[in-house]
Design a protein around this ligand. Structure first.
Ligand SMILES: NC(=O)c1ccc[n+]([C@@H]2O[C@H](COP(=O)([O-])OP(=O)(O)OC[C@H]3O[C@@H](n4cnc5c(N)ncnc54)[C@H](O)[C@@H]3O)[C@@H](O)[C@H]2O)c1
Ligand SMILES: O=c1ccn([C@@H]2O[C@H](COP(=O)(O)OP(=O)(O)O[C@H]3O[C@H](CO)[C@@H](O)[C@H](O)[C@H]3O)[C@@H](O)[C@H]2O)c(=O)[nH]1
Length: 456
């Protein structure tokens, strides 16, 4: 079977590489020719553990290829996956311009029966509209064939995308077409044999499962983050609270890690999009709206917390803050909607000198946060960023931060040597807490008064 994938972002690339490892003939297509050249040379444009090796193996075995020739992909594929981005528009609704463009491209080149599979996260009803558009055009042109369209949302997590695609938590197949269903069963045969649960439903339900899952997880995070703020006030410990709650299997311990707020390429845009879909259908999704508001508040609270411990007259002029971690989570170089962006902006606005270090996120930050160039200083290591700093803000829980020589780092800092551990990485480590004026999230700590000479 020949599989075409339109869009080589996270989802297209990981999915394509995994399918090629199962022996399918996969061609990945993208309008970004630079990306295609890189990929054809076996270079992954994104940092994702295991992905580059998988791409190289696919190329070597001849099952994976890359092109910017859409016509060739459409015409040689039995199944075409749509995996282009669906970012947020300013009003929160999903920007479907990439989807529209790719559907038009598919429509222009159709030459026989195919199954078109929507992998992108799409507003409810999109797959059916795509089917209408494609089949309407075929009918108008007098073609003697039709296409089937299925919704097959993706649930992979960045940082563990390859293993998630190899062993997904579930496969959701939304279609009324038996032919499309059978084609997808063949594609996922390996996972189905391994007893991965499969949900067969209609396209609208499949599309909504994706928004429901992401917004529920976002609600869970905002819930624990709000309780973390309260825990700090009342002398309770949020990590213990999360453990105590999570031991109830109805609640589950997952996604109860308090932090600086959720970010990334999915939760922020998908929560906004589902609220927009609700409004268009006359339903106010109040719980999701509250999660979005709480997430904004959380980031602001982190800025206020840092400023209240470090500031002089509410300002941070003269203070130097080292930020560890820019990516929205560890093991990815993705900085889309990362909480670090808003928190760094808040610190810069208060006058702080901000030095940043991230194991993988700095290349993207230099490129995408150009407005911050000049306002922040990029460093080559944790130690360089913290040298002579008043505080470290641990923004993202990269595992390597556990292995740095924190005693040496603390000895090169100044003032009260504050550590704002926004991921509670060292919340159980009393040695680390003795090296710094330590502040976790949702962990009670006595306010410490900044004791060094005030900034000029
Ligand atoms: N990133 C994730 O972890 C993740 C997980 C599950 C679902 N999703 C969903 O999958 C979709 C893709 O997300 P992503 O993060 O992989 O996207 P992305 O923004 O990283 O990449 C999209 C790619 O599509 C390409 N593209 C745009 N227009 C095109 C066209 N007309 N033809 C061919 N290629 C085109 C772009 O050049 C880009 O390389 C989104 O709807 C997203 O919500 C993402
Ligand atoms: O207990 C938690 C768990 C996560 N986060 C934050 O939530 C965000 C998202 O994390 P995660 O869900 O691990 O990353 P993503 O790669 O964005 O994956 C989510 O978004 C994808 C795109 O839709 C889905 O496919 C995945 O199932 C869904 O988990 C990150 O900023 C995390 O730091 C927390 O603050 N606390």
């Amino acid at each position: 079977m020949n599989i075409g994938i339109m869009g080589t972002g996270y989802v297209g690339l990981v999915h394509g590489a995994v399918l090629s490892s199962y022996g399918f003939n996969v061609t990945c297509m993208d309008v970004d020719e630079h990306k295609i050249k890189q990929l054809a040379a076996g270079i992954s444009p994104i940092y994702e553990p295991g992905l580059e090796q998988l791409i190289q193996r696919g190329i070597e075995s001849g099952t994976l290829s890359f092109t910017s020739n859409a016509q060739q992909v459409v015409q040689t594929s039995d199944v075409i996956f749509i995996a282009v981005g669906t970012p947020s528009k300013k009003d929160g609704s999903a920007d479907l311009s990439y989807v529209r463009s790719v559907v038009q491209t598919i429509s222009n080149h159709l030459n026989g029966y195919k199954v078109v599979v929507c992998k992108s996260t799409l507003p409810i009803g999109s797959s059916s509209r795509i089917a209408e558009q494609l089949n309407g055009a075929l009918q108008a042109s007098g073609a003697s064939f039709r296409v089937d369209v299925a919704s097959n949302p993706e649930f992979l997590r960045q940082g563990q995308a390859v293993s998630d695609a190899l062993s997904p938590s579930r496969i959701v197949i939304g279609t009324n077409s038996d032919a499309a269903k059978q084609m997808l069963q063949r594609i996922y045969a390996t996972q189905i044999e391994r007893k991965v649960p499969v949900l067969y439903t209609n396209a609208e339900t499949a599309e909504m499962v994706k928004y429901a899952a992401n917004s529920f997880l976002a609600v869970k995070i905002s819930f624990i983050n709000e309780l973390a703020l309260l825990a700090e006030k009342v002398g309770a410990n949020i990590d213990d609270i999360a453990e105590g709650m999570g031991l109830d299997s109805r609640i589950s311990p997952h996604f109860l890690q308090a932090g600086p707020g959720y970010g990334g390429s999915c939760f922020p845009k998908d929560t906004e999009a589902v609220v927009d879909i609700g409004k268009r259908n006359g339903e106010d999704l109040l719980v999701v709206q509250a999660a979005i508001q709480a997430n904004k508040k959380q980031k602001q609270k982190m800025i206020t917390k840092i400023a209240s411990r470090l500031s002089f007259n509410g300002k941070l002029r003269g203070r130097t803050v080292a930020v560890w971690g820019l990516s929205f989570k560890p093991d990815t170089d993705d900085i889309r909607d990362a909480p670090s962006r808003d928190i760094i902006q808040g610190l810069v606005d208060l006058g702080a000198t901000v030095k940043v270090y991230c194991p993988q996120g700095m290349r993207q930050a230099r490129r995408l946060w150009s407005e911050l160039n000049g306002a922040i200083h990029y460093c080559d290591s944790e130690a360089e960023s913290a040298a002579n700093a008043d505080a470290i803000v641990l923004m993202t829980e990269w595992a390597q931060f556990r292995n740095v020589d924190l005693a040496a780092i603390a000895s090169n800092m100044r003032g009260n040597r504050a550590m704002f551990d926004l991921r509670n990485m060292f919340a159980m480590n009393t040695d680390v807490q003795q090296l710094f004026s330590y502040y976790g999230v949702g962990t009670y700590s006595e306010p410490k008064v900044y004791s060094l000479q005030e900034a000029k």
